[in-house]
Write a protein of this length. Sequence first.
Length: 154
Amino acid sequence: MDETGISTVLNRTAQYSPQFLVQKEVKQSLLYCMSATGVFVPPALILPRKRINPLLYKDAPNGTLPLISDTGYMDSHLFIDWLKHFVKHAKPSAEDPVLFIVHNHTSHFSLPSVLFCRDYHITCLTLPPHANHVLQPLDKCLFASLKALYSSEA
């Protein structure tokens, strides 16, 4: 699993355009998970809101998990929601456990998330701090292309 932040800023044509820059604009997070065989779990999109507005997710990929937080970023409670979404699609079991590669962020390692993973036959492998951009496969293949595409359209 990997996540990336997206800023929404007003572009020259007065339309909203996602930008992957550190700015003061509104931030959202996009979470993707892919197996080594190329099978994707539908993504999650975290928007900075108090209530979910279904219209904001209408053009998202099928099965997208809509999530909200004050900041638009992952927290330990949303991570549990993501894990439930993951289990629904990956279907881990005692006979077929899964290895879940995730970057080393505190939101991923609350006691409830560790217990959830244990109960649902998920083994978490954390990447070393500050090495995500080198070791995370989704950063290298998926998000790098996505960021380049969005940057070219901004």
